[in-house]
Design a protein around this ligand. Structure first.
Ligand code: UDP
Length: 328
C-alpha cells in the first residue's frame, strides 16, 4: 500500500515525504514542479504533471496500490490570490475536483488535505479553535475552505474520508539538513530575515508596527515543518484505523511578534540583520494563534521542535549551506 503525495516536491510536501519514508511508508509523488524542486524528493518515485490531467491520474491510480492521498498541490500566495483569484479557483478548487473525482472512481477513500489558518479570516477570539467561524478574507483562504466543503459533501455522498489540517505558520527545515525551504518569490518572514542575514537582501521590511499588540508588530503561531509532517502521518493512520473525517488546527499555541522573530534570528545567526518599518501588508490580521488541543488529543500529535530558536536554527543550517536553495 502506498501513499500518494500531491505537491510532494514543495516545502511542506517534501518534508512530509521524507518523514513518511522514515516511518517505513511507501510514497509516490505527483507534482508539476512549477514551484517544487526535484532535488527535494531525495529519490522518491514521482509522476510529473497536473491534477487537471485526468488521464495521468488514471495512470497513477492504476499503476500503484494507493490507499491514501495527502494533498498539498495548490497555489498558496495570499497576495497573488487577491490579484488573480480565478487562477486560485482553477488550480486549487478545480485541481482538487479532478483528484477527488478520480479517487472515488478508483475507490481510494482516504485523503489528508493541506488546509490553512486563512480559512478563519480575522479571528473573533484567540486561540482559534476548529469550530470558530470561517470567514476568509482572501481568495486563497476561500478556495481552501471550498475544498474542505467539497470533502465534507464527498464523505456524505461517496464515503470519502478526509482529515483537513489547518496550518498556521510553517517554519524550519529537516533537522538533519537534507532539505529546506526554497520559494521563488520568497514571501515568508523567517526565510526573508535569513536572506538579509546572508546579505541577499538589504533589510527586512517590517509590515506595520502600529498593530494592537505589545510591540506593535503582528503575532503569528510558528510550527516546525517536521512537526507538521508528523501530523500528516498520524492523520493517515487515523483514517486507516477509524475511517472518520475531521478537521484539526496545527500550531504551537504560542505567538511570536515580527520583532521577536527578528531578534531570535539575530541571536541564532550572530549576524547584524537590518530592519525598517514599512506600511502594513494588506489582509494581515494582527494576531493568529491556534489551539491545537484537538490534534494533540485525537491524533496523539506531539510536536518535537516547539521552540522558535530550534525552528530558526534548522532553517539557518539549511540556508547557510544552500545559499542558492536547490539551484546549485
Ligand atoms: N512579514 C513582515 N515582513 C516580511 C514578510 C512578512 O513583516 O517581509 C510579517 C507579515 O506581515 C506577518 C508575519 O511577518 O505578520 C508572517 O508573515 P508570513 O508571510 O511569513 O506568513 P503569513 O502569516 O502571512 O502566513
Amino acid at each position: 500500500m502506498a501513499i500518494l503525495v500531491t505537491g510532494g516536491a514543495g516545502y511542506i510536501g517534501s518534508h512530509t515525504v521524507l518523514y513518511l519514508k522514515e516511518q517505513g511508508e511507501e510514497v509516490i509523488v505527483l507534482d508539476n514542479f512549477t514551484k517544487g524542486h526535484k532535488a527535494a524528493l531525495l529519490e522518491t518515485p514521482y509522476y510529473e504533471g497536473n491534477l487537471h490531467d485526468e488521464a495521468l491520474l488514471d495512470k497513477v491510480f492504476t499503476e500503484n496500490t494507493i490507499d491514501a492521498v495527502i494533498h498539498f498541490a495548490a497555489s498558496s500566495l495570499v497576495g497573488e490570490s487577491v490579484t488573480d483569484p480565478l487562477s486560485y479557483y482553477e488550480n486549487n478548487v478545480m485541481g482538487t475536483f479532478h483528484l477527488v473525482k478520480k479517487m472515488v472512481a478508483h475507490d481510494v477513500r482516504r485523503i489528508v488535505f493541506s488546509s490553512t489558518a486563512a480559512t478563519y479570516g480575522e479571528p473573533e477570539s484567540t486561540p482559534i479553535k476548529e469550530d470558530d467561524p470561517t470567514i476568509p478574507t482572501n481568495p486563497y483562504g476561500e478556495t481552501k475552505l471550498a475544498i474542505e466543503n467539497m470533502l465534507k459533501w464527498s464523505d456524505q455522498a461517496y464515503g470519502l474520508k478526509s482529515v483537513c489540517l489547518r496550518y498556521f505558520n510553517a517554519a524550519g527545515a529537516d533537522p538533519e539538513g537534507r532539505i529546506g525551504e526554497d520559494h521563488d518569490p520568497e514571501t515568508h518572514l523567517i526565510p526573508i530575515v535569513l536572506q538579509v542575514a546572508l546579505e541577499q537582501r538589504e533589510f527586512l521590511k517590517i509590515f506595520g508596527d502600529d498593530y494592537n499588540t505589545e510591540d506593535g508588530t503582528c503575532i503569528r503561531d510558528y510550527i516546525h515543518v517536521m512537526d507538521l509532517a508528523q501530523a500528516h502521518y498520524l492523520a493517515v493512520k487515523k483514517l486507516r484505523e477509524t475511517e472518520e473525517s475531521s478537521i484539526y488546527n496545527l500550531g504551537n499555541g504560542q505567538g511570536f511578534s515580527v520583532r521577536e522573530v527578528l531578534e531570535t534570528c539575530r541571536q541564532v545567526t550572530g549576524r547584524i540583520i537590518e530592519a525598517k518599518v514599512a506600511p502594513r501588508r494588506m489582509g494581515d490580521p494582527a494576531i493568529l494563534i491556534a489551539s491545537s488541543k484537538k490534534a494533540k488529543q485525537e491524533l496523539g500529535w506531539t510536536p518535537q521542535y516547539a521552540a522558535l530558536e530550534t525552528m530558526v536554527q534548522h532553517a539557518w543550517n539549511w540556508h547557510v549551506n544552500h545559499e542558492n536553495g536547490f539551484n546549485e
